[in-house]
Design a protein around this ligand. Sequence first.
Ligand SMILES: C[S@@+](CC[C@H](N)C(=O)[O-])C[C@H]1O[C@@H](n2cnc3c(N)ncnc32)[C@H](O)[C@@H]1O
Length: 250
Amino acid sequence: MAAVNSGGSEEISQPAKHQEVGHKSLLQSDALYQYILETSVYPREPAPMKELREVTAKHPWNLMTTSADEGQFLNLLLKLINAKNTMEIGVYTGYSLLSTALALPDDGKILALDINRQNYEIGLPIIEKAGVAHKIDFREGPALPVLDLMIEDEKFHGSFDFIFVDADKDNYLNYHKRLIDLVKIGGVIGYDNTLWNGSLVAPPDAPLRKYVRYYRDFVLELNKALAVDPRVEICQLPVGDGITLCRRIS
Ligand SMILES: C[S@@+](CC[C@H](N)C(=O)[O-])C[C@H]1O[C@@H](n2cnc3c(N)ncnc32)[C@H](O)[C@@H]1O
């Protein structure tokens, strides 16, 4: 923000700290988060999602799963935007995939990309039992080459209503370069983990887990790039570990 001071020169005024205009963020305690889960999320969670959440909780890498409140958010968002053709990068056992599959119409599609099929197969029987497996086209392997192939073919340009990105954070900007052409104008890309364990505002010497420290700078770069990207409108939500929605406008 630029302002002209009494000497006629331009000075930069900093935006007010949010506390100066009333503290609006309430999520300061685990108890409040637990309250949201128990009051508004778990009682409304579809049975197959509950089953998959409980199966995933026993898996050694359960830290990777999408949280139940975020699953609920994705499910509602997809219905609100009438999504039909979607993509997911980063499937793990399939919690966000199932929340997407349950939201789409019967002829909806999800191109699901992950380097690990074994974990997807943990959730697959539950997805099949829920009657939505026919919407999913799972491809095992790194996502980037698949995106490159689609970019080469005009028919995929502007073809996706919604794309959820929840995989290798060091590639998010590479994904964005491609996904911006693959999502349709008016469609939405959701980047997950954009608040990255709260580490984005941690002091440089803070004791962070190794993987948190490693990916931190990539997430910071992504957030900076999205904030100034004129091709999208954005909204960063503190749901789960932070999700940034990007609506393509050009
Ligand atoms: C955070 S987990 C995804 C969680 C999932 N959305 C859920 O709801 O449980 C990240 C996933 O990204 C996958 N992954 C990592 N690198 C990848 C890549 N280059 N391409 C595709 N998937 C990748 C991992 O195998 C892992 O399953």
